[in-house]
Design a binder for this molecule. Sequence first.
Ligand code: IMP
Length: 428
Amino acid sequence: MSGIVLIGAQWGDEGKGKIVDFLAENADVIVRFQGGNNAGHTLVVKDKKIILHLIPSGILRENKVCIIGNGVVIDPGVLFKELKVLTENGLLSKSTSLYISSSAHVIMPYHKLIDTLRENIAVTKIGTTGRGIGPAYEDKVSRAGIRVADLLYPELLKEKLKTILEEKNLYITKVLGGDPFDFSTVFEESVRFGEMIKPYVADTVEHLNKYIRERKNILFEGAQGTMLDVDHGTYPFVTSSNTVAGNASIGSGVPISAINKIVGVVKAYTTRVGNGPFPTEEKSSIGDYLREKGGEYGATTGRPRRCGWIDLVSLRRAIMINGIDRIVITKLDVLNELDNIKVCVGYKYQNKEIETIPFGLNQIEVCTPVYREFKGWKKNISHIRDGIDLPVEAKDYLKFIEDYLETKIAMVSVGAERNENIVFENII
Ligand code: IMP
């Protein structure tokens, strides 16, 4: 049995979707444990581009169990739209099932409005995806959330929603200057979603722990990235959930002992969408090159991503916090045409060179990167399947990353297609 957690080691958009889809071949169960449809996992299967926001990427395979765990926040409208697209494209296999935790929280229409209204008037804008993620998690923690199970009991939901909506409408109109929600509209839509979601709702904790006893391979699919973690990221420019590996246990209800491998996905360069510190950002032609070659536009919002060089200082911290024991490098092919490639190996901070993120994460804002420069390989590498065939410059680049991070690279992705990978070691 393997319990494998796959997480993003940067600011999200590391290319996790493709890797989860690849690893899902040998997994029995694929689980989302945090976040919501702020994520956008892009997969290319037979030249078809599919973007999944909520449903685990394993859904595209045969004979799998996909689980949306208790730690996820679910926008039912998005869930059913995604299921519809998959069905219309003939991508839903009858042999693969989807279970949704009855304890997962629901993103309600007022969460989405509050998210956008707040961003509009905020002095310090986070640059959220506007999907209602933060407000939904806030309600979870303040015990004013609506859970999936609530949607199944209209009479109880009515009572609960009445009180909550009254308070939300006051906040929306008096503080944020928005229009109030009509109770009947919100209630009736919620009941309709309840009827639609019912066939998928399960006690996913019981299911998962049964799979553990049956020694199945379980793959926990992280969303966003370590540096967007609400505790460990570049606060306040973070998302509202714990994106690190430790949350796989809490967000799905499995014991920590069920997890025995942690894989960090690392893009061969860095991107960030939304506001907040990003020491290796290149607001230059290099940044433009990476954005265009890498197709670095948000899978969820379409926003252009900020681009820059790989940052080994923040990656070292990600390795430490998550306990990453294997790395997957993605999008190495995007660097194909560059004459020189930079790697951030330290920060200049208060006239000193440091190799750790300075105390108080917001101090990262005043750091400037210290680079080591590598020669580019200037060749197409997308056809390569055996690491031996990589140009020597690419080997040097990868070896340096591996040595600096003291962590083995298990796989390198060299193209968007499912099979465009160099596998050094089987992860599952
Ligand atoms: P929220 O998660 O929508 O509240 O957004 C908070 C921050 O996280 C913003 O900077 C978003 O751009 C960022 N973010 C949220 N989800 C993702 C993701 O899947 N990839 C990259 N950035 C994300």
